[in-house]
Design a protein around this ligand. Structure first.
Ligand code: ADP
Ligand code: MG
Length: 604
């Protein structure tokens, strides 16, 4: 989406009055490609209402001429007319509903796709600050809400308005005096509609938020159910969920109360009108003019107006619900995606890497959509003046306590975040100059948290290189010792490993991740506690594979087991984002400092 149009929208979205209208106009833009279907749907709706009106217009001749026996032709044709009318009505009904659903589903599919792509293109910081549950709820619940509410509103609005207008026309044609009485109640109804819908808009906005909360709360707890069991947190989780659940229920009941109250109130008001009509008819003024057919017709029309009017009063709330969901969707779409200002292409880096006085602070979320950059000096920097140089092919080991900023350094390298101060250079060029995709292609990255997809082992290994041959995959699987457990599975490498690799143990998952990195042959390698879930035995096996992997690559190895990094060209000991010590294994041991202490601690 062009940034100019988003800016124009966000600048007008301040006033709540225009928001609904602006949002709707924006939604309509999504329907533009499908306008033919929309036109067909509208024609179907109007056709449907027209047939109904035409049908009802025959009520007066039926009573006055047909049933009274004055016109025998009328009764002869009546059966055929009924069948024909219902066939046409049925076709119109089908066209209206089918075409509307076609437009609606296309729009929603487009919205879902755009939303999905947008969320996937958001900077890492966005994902830090938004829970997966609330994002999923936007893609699924909110988009469905838009589809249902808007389709229903349009269908009711067009079809029932046409019907109401037609009926009013007929009424006035037959007896304008009686019809006028009816019109007296219209303004009263209009006032109620406004009041009810205003209340509704507020409630439906709240419930929108509460929905996400239930999903989030349930998802988080289900994901962590083992932790909950272990630490006896069940009762706490029960009461926490119960609280959220209660809020959700209250919101839903409020919405229901508004809805339930609006219907009878409007009907009671309408009943006064009907009562007055009866009173008027029996009074002297009208008595003589009106035939039985006209009388029956007008009374019938009036009672028939109640239902569509009721539906029309309901559509605003229905529509507001859809718009609330729409606003929630657009608020995500309006957030800027990851910016790629880099223009320099990078085929394959030679492998020189340096950090020059790099500072970095994470953005902390004040609330869901608001972030502030931490710039005040007293707030802790995740990285503080990180400086080092690596020649092509060298290996750097980062060691230090957890939370000392090791993973943050590698995140910066992949530009998940950008340095607050200082610069990071690859082949003597600031990494921000390179095209993002090109830059990220230079890295094989094995992290603490292995992410696996619901797919076969082979496809998981080949994720970074989808065109890999079978031989390449097997070679990578063999060096990473994946074959050992793959061979025991029924379908070998073609075994589906379940959602997020549920069928694998922690160590097995890491081996798959290592195979993945082995296969995608990049000039830089980042191993972020890549072997932390392996037992010493498996680690030793894989160590050869990792060593081979490091051979022609510039590598950053983050490890808490110091035995695995002794051969590194450079070792940096970090604490609270700062370099405490650096050197190689021997010189650091000789220094008798922090490294030596860590080392003695692990090997005594
Ligand atoms: P290490 O990998 O050395 O264990 P990290 O680089 O993960 O340490 O974390 C360094 C510091 O940054 C820690 O204080 C941590 O709490 C903080 N931190 C890490 N990730 C985030 C994040 N996504 N948002 C905010 N703070 C973070
Ligand atoms: Mg880490």
């Amino acid at each position: 989406m062009a940034s100019s149009s988003t800016n124009a929208l966000s600048s007008t979205s301040n006033s709540p009055k225009t928001t609904t209208w602006q949002t709707f106009k924006r939604l309509v833009r999504y329907a533009k490609p499908y306008k033919l279907g929309f036109v067909a749907a509208i024609l179907g709706m109007i056709g449907y209402a027209t047939i109904d009106i035409y049908f009802l217009s025959k009520l007066q001749p039926l009573v006055d001429e047909g049933l009274s026996g004055k016109n025998t032709e009328f009764m002869k044709w009546a059966p055929a007319f009924i069948i024909a009318a219902f066939i046409i009505r049925g076709i119109a009904h089908f066209i209206a509903n089918y075409c509307l659903a076609w437009v609606g589903n296309n729009v929603v599919a487009d919205l879902k796709q755009q939303l999905f792509e947008h969320i996937m293109s958001m900077p890492v910081a966005f994902h830090d600050q938004n829970s997966t549950g609330s994002l999923i709820s936007k893609v699924t619940f909110d988009t469905e809400q838009v589809l249902n509410s808007v389709s229903k509103s349009i269908l009711t609005l067009v079809q029932q308005s046409a019907f109401v207008l037609g009926l009013l026309g007929l009424m006035f044609y037959m007896s304008w005096q009686l019809s006028l009485i009816f019109l007296l109640i219209t303004p009263v109804i209009a006032v109620i509609v406004t009041l009810v819908s205003r209340r509704f808009r507020k409630v439906s906005k709240n419930i929108q938020g509460a929905m996400g909360e239930v999903t989030t709360a349930a998802e988080q707890t289900f994901n962590g159910h083992k932790v909950v069991l272990t630490f006896g947190g069940q009762q706490r989780e029960f009461s926490r969920f119960s609280l959220i659940n209660k809020r959700n229920r209250q919101q839903r009941m409020k919405m229901n109360a508004t809805k339930s109250a609006s219907v009878p109130i409007i009907q009671i008001i309408a009943s006064f009108a009907l009562a007055f009509v009866f009173y008027a008819i029996t009074s002297e003024i009208f008595k003589t003019d009106i035939s039985p057919g006209t009388f029956v017709s007008v009374i019938t029309y009036m009672s028939m107006l109640l239902r569509p009017l009721k539906q029309l009063t309901n559509i605003n709330s229905e529509f507001q619900q859809g718009m609330a969901a729409c606003i929630s969707i657009f608020s995500v779409l309006d957030q800027e995606t990851e910016k790629d200002k880099g223009t320099l292409p990078l085929e394959r880096a030679s492998g020189a890497l340096s950090f020059k006085h790099v500072d970095f602070a994470y953005e902390v979320a004040k609330n869901e959509n608001d972030t502030v950059k931490v710039e005040s000096p007293e707030i802790k920097l995740a990285l503080n003046d990180l400086t080092f140089d690596l020649a092509p092919g060298e290996t750097l080991a980062l060691v230090g306590r957890s939370g000392s900023g090791k993973s943050t350094a590698s995140s910066l390298l992949l530009r998940f975040y950008d340095a607050t101060n200082g610069e990071i250079l690859i082949d003597n060029t600031n990494i921000e100059a390179f095209k993002l995709a090109d830059l990220r292609q230079q890295f094989s990255y094995v992290s603490q948290q292995v992410v696996l997809f619901h797919d076969t082992l082979a496809n998981n290994i080949a994720y970074g290189k989808p065109d890999a041959t079978q031989e390449e995959i097997i070679a990578a699987a063999t060096s990473a010792h994946v074959m050992e457990f793959a061979a025991e599975m029924e379908e070998g490498l073609e075994t589906n490993i379940g959602e997020n690799g549920a069928l694998l143990s922690g160590g097995q998952r890491q081996r798959v991740a290592i195979a993945r990195a082995l296969l995608c042959d990049a000039p830089f390698l980042i191993l972020d506690e890549a072997t932390s879930a392996l037992d010493t035995e498996s680690e030793r096996h894989i160590q050869d594979a990792l060593q081979a992997l490091q051979k022609n690559r510039t590598s950053i190895v983050i490890a808490h087991r110091l035995s695995t990094i002794e051969s590194a060209d450079k070792i940096i000991v970090m604490d609270q984002g700062k370099i405490v010590e650096q050197g190689d294994h021997q010189s650091l041991l000789a220094k008798q400092g922090a490294y030596a202490q860590l080392h003695n601690f692990q090997f005594e």
